[in-house]
Design a protein around this ligand. Structure first.
Ligand code: IMP
Length: 418
C-alpha cells in the first residue's frame, strides 16, 4: 500500500516542498490535506525558483495528479493566480482536482485576521491570509464550501446567512470596514465559474487510487509544532499539521498509510511569535539566516534561527509516528565550529519556558552540495547526522545538501520499500 505522508517536524519551512517534489517524480498523485496559502513551498527546478502556496508541489512533474483535499482552506483568488503561473511554466493544471468540501477563504476572513493582529496585545504573528477565521467558521458551521461557490444560487443563500453577522463583528468589535453583499457575490460567482471544472469529490478519487495500491503522496504544510493541538499553543496555525490530519483532510482511513516521512532542517527556524528555546540572537543566528536564505516564502519576513532542538524532533517522531527521516540544509552548517544540538531543557522540562541544555559537536568546513554519497561527507557531518538519527530512533532516508532537485544523498527510496 504505497501511500506516503511527508510532514514537517519543526515550525514549518523545513524544506518539505523540495522533498515532495523529489518523491513526486515517482508518484501518481500528490495531495494537500490541511492549511491554505499561509504555506509557501519553494521548488528549484533547472535553476528556476517556483513558490507554491496552494497547489501541491507535484504539479511541476508531468503526469502527476494534484489534489487539494477537503481539509484545506482555499482562497480562490490565490488559486487562480497559481494556476496561471503553472500554465505559464508549461505545466498542465487539468490534472488538478479541488475538493467540493474544502472551505473557502472569503474577504471578511482576511480582514478579520489582519484587524485582530493589529489590535491584539499578544500577537500570534499570523500570515494575515484569513486562515484562522476560515477554520473558525468551518467548525462553527458558518463556513462556505468550494462546492457551494460553483452553484450561484446556493452561494447567494449561504452568503446571505453569514455576511450580516460578519459585518457586524467587523464594524462593532474590530472597528473595521464592512463588506457589500453584491461585491462578494459577483467576485466569487466569477471565481466559481473559472474553477468549477476542477471541483469534484476528491475523497473517492484519492480513496480509489489508494485502494488500488497506486502511489499517492500526502503533502503536509507548516510543521508539527504549529499544530493547533500538538504545537506551542496559542502560537500555532489553525489546522492539525500532524500526519493523522492527512486522513481527515482527504477522507481516507488510517489503515491506508504505509510510510510517514518527517522532514527536519539541520537547524531550527520559526516565523511569527511564540516560544523558541534554541533561538540564536547573535552572529551565528544571523549567519544561519543569511546562509540558509531564511526569509518567509509567503510573507518575506525574516525567520528566527537557532540550533537544532532534538526534543522538538522527538515530539514529532511520536505525534506523527514517523517511519523515516529526512534532514535538509545540512550544507548551511558548513563552517560553523562547534555545532550544537539541544538535548534537554533546564527549567520544568517545558518547551515554552525551558532553557536549553546543549551538546557541542565538532563542525566541518567543507562545502557539501556536490556530495551524493553518505560516505563522502566529512566525518563530523556524518557524526552529526548519526546523533540526530540516534535521538530520533527513526532511520535516515535522505539528506539534502543544497536547494536543487539533484542536491541529495538518498539512502532509501520510500516508494521501493513501501
Ligand atoms: P496563520 O497560519 O497565518 O494563522 O499563522 C499562525 C502561525 O503559523 C504564525 O506564527 C505563522 O508565521 C505560522 N505559519 C503559518 N504557515 C506557515 C508556514 O507555512 N511556515 C512557517 N510558519 C507558518
Amino acid at each position: 500500500m504505497p501511500s506516503i505522508i511527508v510532514i514537517g517536524t519543526q515550525w514549518g519551512d523545513e524544506g518539505k516542498g523540495k522533498i515532495v517534489d523529489l518523491f513526486a517524480s515517482e508518484a501518481e498523485m500528490v495531495v494537500r490535506f490541511q492549511g491554505g496559502n499561509n504555506a509557501g513551498h519553494t521548488l528549484v527546478v533547472d535553476g528556476e525558483k517556483t513558490v507554491l502556496h496552494l497547489i501541491p508541489s507535484g504539479i511541476l512533474h508531468r503526469g502527476v495528479h494534484c489534489v487539494i483535499g477537503n481539509g484545506v482552506v482555499v482562497d480562490p483568488e490565490v488559486l487562480l493566480e497559481e494556476i496561471r503561473v503553472v500554465q505559464e511554466k508549461g505545466r498542465d493544471p487539468e490534472r488538478l482536482s479541488i475538493s467540493d468540501k474544502a472551505h473557502l477563504i472569503l474577504p471578511y476572513h482576511k480582514r478579520i485576521d489582519q484587524l485582530r493582529e493589529e489590535k491584539r496585545g499578544r500577537k500570534i504573528g499570523t500570515t494575515g491570509r484569513g486562515i484562522g477565521p476560515a477554520y473558525e467558521d468551518k467548525v462553527g458551521r458558518m463556513g462556505i464550501r468550494v462546492g457551494e461557490m460553483i452553484e450561484p444560487d446556493l452561494f447567494r443563500r449561504r452568503l446571505q446567512e453569514v455576511l450580516p453577522e460578519k459585518n457586524l463583528y467587523i464594524e462593532k468589535i474590530l472597528d473595521g470596514r464592512s463588506f457589500r453583499f453584491e461585491e462578494i457575490l459577483e467576485t466569487y460567482a466569477a471565481y466559481g465559474e473559472r474553477l468549477k471544472s476542477y471541483v469534484r469529490d476528491t475523497s473517492s478519487l484519492v480513496g480509489d487510487l489508494v485502494r488500488q495500491k497506486r502511489r499517492v503522496l500526502f503533502e503536509g504544510a507548516q510543521g508539527t509544532s504549529l499544530d493547533v493541538d500538538h504545537g506551542t499553543y496559542p502560537y500555532v496555525t489553525s489546522s492539525n499539521t500532524v500526519a493523522g490530519s492527512a486522513c481527515i483532510g482527504t477522507g481516507i482511513g488510517p489503515t491506508m498509510i504505509s510510510d510517514v516521512i518527517g522532514v527536519c532542517k539541520a537547524y531550527t527556524t520559526r516565523v511569527g511569535s511564540g516560544p523558541f528555546p534554541t533561538e540564536l540572537k547573535d552572529e551565528i543566528g544571523r549567519r544561519l539566516q543569511e546562509g540558509g536564505d531564511e526569509f518567509g516564502a509567503t510573507t518575506g519576513r525574516p525567520r528566527r534561527c537557532g540550533w537544532l532542538d532534538l526534543l522538538l524532533l522527538k515530539h514529532a517522531v511520536r505525534t506523527n509516528g514517523l517511519t523515516g527521516l529526512v534532514v535538509t540544509k545540512l550544507d548551511i552548517l558548513s563552517g560553523l565550529d562547534p555545532v550544537k544540538v539541544c538535548v534537554g531543557y533546564r527549567s520544568n522540562h517545558r518547551q515554552d519556558d525551558g532553557e536549553p541544555v546543549y551538546e557541542s559537536m565538532p563542525g566541518w568546513k567543507e562545502a557539501l552540495s556536490g556530495i551524493r554519497d553518505l560516505k563522502k561527507l566529512p566525518k563530523n557531518a556524518r557524526d552529526y547526522l548519526a546523533r540526530i538519527e540516534k535521538e530520533a530512533g527513526v532511520p535516515l532516508i535522505l539528506v539534502s545538501v543544497g536547494p536543487s532537485r539533484e542536491d541529495n544523498i538518498l539512502l532509501r527510496n520510500p516508494w521501493r520499500s513501501a
